[in-house]
Design a protein around this ligand. Structure first.
Ligand SMILES: [Mg+2]
Length: 333
């Protein structure tokens, strides 16, 4: 069955089920000209949008509908997490090629609903239209946060410790396996593919950091550590030193790099789509913040370096030498 067999309204009925997981704030969901919802008193509204285009951002023969839906929503939730906010309402617009099977679209929404339910996010509407060639998915998500808690890219200060909320590079390794049709013949390789296909937005970690004393700036790692740290440095007018020995690298990534002859530090610095949070915390609060993070999440907050007054990004290598890192051209070192 194709979309045209049931029409846009049939499709809306079909996907509308299960889209509301937090009803108390919803005045009108899917089914009217616009959605109406309440926002928490005294908080500011965050709004983010992200568009995914077939053949530019994903390949239909390399993903399931479920994975695509899950990831498309996850990248938006991750942007709310990066501001420290709670994600609230999602709007999903899709342009569907004529030959796209309806089962694929069902699967796509299943993936989105699975993630939305996990993080208490309503899917409140959107638009469905035809496409001459490629599948396009455009998602907008609102979030909310008390104004004095917002984590911006511009807040980093010299002396701050730089942290990440999870390991780096797994998603890039997973993408390498997928694009080169390498069979995931071990649990380690499967873990890397899962990291790429089903990233987990660090919403709870973002709320924790926004409430913590001394956290000054944050961003989510979508383009890779060097690029995303570069955004913080640029907006804050500062520099950074990171330490190769402190880069958090999973056992699956070590295993992958040994087996295929790659440098795991390079994957950690240049790999994108990890969707962990990267930020800065004042040095006198860093140890306590890391201690509380560990007790709350049972995972470490990795302190990987410090913000410097002198501009630019350097990495202290294992051999003690310092090398300049440039966003996205790090492979040249
Ligand atoms: Mg972002």
């Amino acid at each position: 069955m194709k979309l045209k067999d049931i029409g846009e309204f049939g499709f809306i009925d079909r996907i509308g089920e299960g889209c509301l997981v937090r009803r108390r704030d919803v005045v009108q969901a899917i089914g009217d000209d616009a959605a109406a919802f309440r926002t928490p008193d005294g908080e500011v509204t965050l709004l983010t949008a992200d568009m995914l285009v077939e053949r530019v951002h994903f390949l239909l023969n390399k993903t399931t509908g479920f994975q695509l839906g899950y990831k498309a929503l996850a990248v938006n939730l991750s942007d709310i997490a990066a501001m420290g906010g709670a994600a609230r309402e999602a709007f999903v617009s899709i342009a569907v090629p004529e030959d796209c099977p309806l089962e694929f679209l069902d699967d796509l929404y299943e993936g989105m609903r699975a993630l939305a339910e996990k993080y208490d996010v309503n899917i409140l509407g959107g638009d469905t239209t035809g496409s001459r060639a490629d599948l396009v998915i455009n998602i907008s998500v609102t979030g909310s946060i008390p104004e004095d808690q917002i984590l911006l890219r511009s807040g980093a200060r010299p002396g701050d410790s730089i942290f990440v909320t999870g390991c780096l590079g797994d998603s890039k390794a997973g993408l390498h396996l997928i694009l080169n049709d390498i069979e995931a013949d071990s649990p380690e390789l499967q873990a890397l593919i899962t990291a790429h296909n089903l990233p987990e937005p660090h919403l709870r970690e973002g709320r924790f950091l926004a409430r913590a004393d001394g956290v000054h700036a944050a961003i989510d790692v979508s383009d890779g550590l060097s690029s995303d740290l570069g955004h913080i440095l640029k907006r804050s007018g500062v520099g950074a030193r990171i330490y190769e020995e402190r880069l958090p690298i999973t056992d699956p990534l070590k295993h992958f790099c040994e087996r295929f002859g790659f440098n795991s530090a390079e994957y950690a610095v240049s790999g994108g789509e990890d969707y962990v949070l990267l930020g800065t915390v004042s040095s006198d609060r860093s140890k306590e913040t890391a201690r509380q993070f560990l007790s709350r999440f049972k995972r470490p907050l990795f302190l990987i370096g410090e913000i410097t007054e002198s501009k630019g990004m350097v990495m202290a290598r294992l051999n003690g030498q310092e090398e300049t890192i440039r966003p996205s051209s790090w492979e040249h070192f």
